[in-house]
Design a protein around this ligand. Structure first.
Ligand code: HEM
Length: 201
């Protein structure tokens, strides 16, 4: 086995585990008094955690100089997208009864829902273009530019969480701080990495 070959399957298992636990608890009727709200909130939180984890990969590579975090970026990003889709499905089907009229009214009247929808809309082209073929078709520059939108999705995810909790913003503020730290590290270290080495002349 190649050194580090266990990492990708381990992370994939780790990302699938919360989905499995949630499905198992739902099937056994162990999601508490309001199972739909519990599933909705847990999937939303999972989407945000996975998205922030995928955004931390590049800064981690820049800080440590090791390449392994980059191998996990796509798995974590796709898992975040699937958690967001599951979150959206639970909301649209189980919470709103798939009534398009109610859904449209909710999106238009509650800014926090509109922000969540925007985050999912931004994450969709990123997931669709996560393949090697899409990278070749777009070219590395355009692909990179497009995938910078992941930070916008992260900001929208945090804003969505802030608007949802209303009063006690400590938890979403923590996620916001992690996102800001990732972004700052990427900006600062990415710039240093691109700088040409100083010449003695
Ligand atoms: C179509 C898109 C989305 C819709 C309609 C939506 C809707 C909701 C709803 C209805 C709740 C529960 C509110 C409550 O119980 O009062 C919620 C909670 C949440 N959502 Fe979303 N959401 C969307 C996208 C997202 C995305 C993309 C993320 C993250 C990247 C996210 C993260 C969260 C978080 C962190 C919570 C709160 C979890 C908690 O309190 O433990 N949502 N969302």
């Amino acid at each position: 086995m190649r050194p580090g070959a266990w990492l990708q399957p381990a992370v994939l298992t780790g990302t699938l585990l919360p989905f499995g636990v949630l499905a198992y608890r739902a099937a056994g009727g162990h999601l508490g008094a309001n199972p739909v709200a519990t599933a909705l909130n847990q999937l939303g939180l999972l989407a945000l955690v996975l998205l922030l984890a995928s955004l931390a990969c590049t800064p981690l590579k820049l800080v440590t100089g090791m390449k392994w975090p980059l191998k996990l970026r796509k798995t974590l990003g796709l898992a975040a997208f699937f958690a967001a889709l599951a979150h959206l499905l639970v909301y649209a089907v189980l919470d709103q009864g798939l009534s398009w009229r109610t859904l449209a009214k909710d999106v238009l009247s509650r800014p926090f829902i509109a922000v969540g929808v925007s985050a999912v809309l931004i994450m969709t082209p990123l997931a669709v273009t996560s393949t090697k073929r899409a990278l070749q078709r777009l070219g590395p520059r355009r692909w990179q530019k497009l995938h910078r939108l992941a930070y916008v999705a992260g900001v929208l995810g945090v804003v969505h969480y802030v608007l949802r909790v209303k009063a006690d913003v400590r938890q979403p503020a923590l996620y916001g701080a992690l996102l800001a730290a990732s972004f700052a590290a990427r900006l600062a270290l990415g710039r240093t990495a691109r700088k040409p080495p100083p010449s003695d002349a």
